[in-house]
Design a protein around this ligand. Sequence first.
Ligand code: LFR
Length: 452
Amino acid sequence: TAPTRVLAVDLGATSVRVASVDLDDDVPRVEIVHRWAHGPVEHRDGTLRWDWEGVMAAVERGLDEALAAGPAASIGVDGWGVDYALLDRDGALVAPPFSHRDARTAGWREVAERLGPAALYERTGIQLMPINTLFQLAAHDRDELARAERLMLLPDLVVHRLTGRDAAEWSNASTTALVDRASGSWSTELLEQVGVAPRLLPPIDTAGRRAGTWRGVPVHTVGSHDTASAFVAVPGVPGPGTAIISSGTWVLVGAERDAPVITPDARERNFSNEGGALGGTRLLKNVMGFWMLEQCRAAWGDPPREELLAAAAGAELVPTVDATDERFLAPADMDAEVRAAAGLGQEAGRGEVVRCVLASIAAATARVAGELGTTTGARVEDVLVVGGGVRTDLMNGLFAEHTGLPITVGSAEATALGNALVQGIALGRFEDLTAARRWTASAGRPVPWAAV
Ligand code: LFR
């Protein structure tokens, strides 16, 4: 049989990657063929948006380079969640897509009050956060909306550009807070309540289907939400007491369940029920992630990360802050914001600030892991960690210390790997998700407590 080499396009909020994965290898290896660092950019109107032409150029360049190196059996696309683009009648962008960190959503709580937070949760099962597509659309420029004929989530837009497919993949659609969880369709009522014509939304489809071809290579839908893809590629087969952490720009802390957990308790704890790449639910909460560290670095003129982490490893015990607080979403000066929240004065060094950031992330993660147990009735007994953050031993060790649980870390490129695995299932390389995870389990390594 032909080798099953697949290509994973993985849009991260700080870098766009095109990866190659040989699914016939003995152990999972993700080769990054092309990487393009980027971030939200200030638009001429002062808003925070994405350089979409830059993103597409990086995707096509990466795919070109990957195909120049050898044939591929399939391509899949995943990316960060909740952000969308508006297309006009010619299929062109009405304007560059907004970043979820743009400040236009500042009034989101009033929107939530108007829609009724309890009703909203019962309908969508999604945690209340300013970044939700629902709140972004409620605050979207009305002239831009008036010119729109289509609304596409960003990974779907890449697939659309590659193949012409006009659809929204389920895992990402489910996180928008615009989907009626019971019916699995867009909520016409919610769309109308935030002033969006329901006809702008494409039909919802699922992962593991053929979407079309690009340069003769089949393109398959995958868990288009990067977090859905990351959860696919955990190093092991999770049991009922397994918590999963996707450690990256955000730190997503959750557990898999067959069905959504939409209860008053889950609502009070602000848990999201996101759709799994291959069905089921990720019961999860967002914790601020490495974005906090990267924004501190930016405020300090980009000193080397390793230096900061070494200083943090040797830092004194520091107070922690609430790493789920939206004040850390996009402050003008992250260093000042962290110091103010923690009560750290100017005499505190950068190492202490970084230690505070990482310890706060770990503390919030441990809290969420505890709440997961209470909400589901199944105590969390072990933790699987994936994502770019696993490269930071200090963070892994802090997770172990704060949760007090056995921790196994897996792939730093789990988003791309999960993307590749779902392609592998579509191609018949793996029988199902469990078979695919048995393969990724071989790459897991335990985290010693002593790492801290
Ligand atoms: C992770 C992620 C999260 C989502 C946030 C915003 O990259 O997709 O799941 O809540 O980014 O897009």
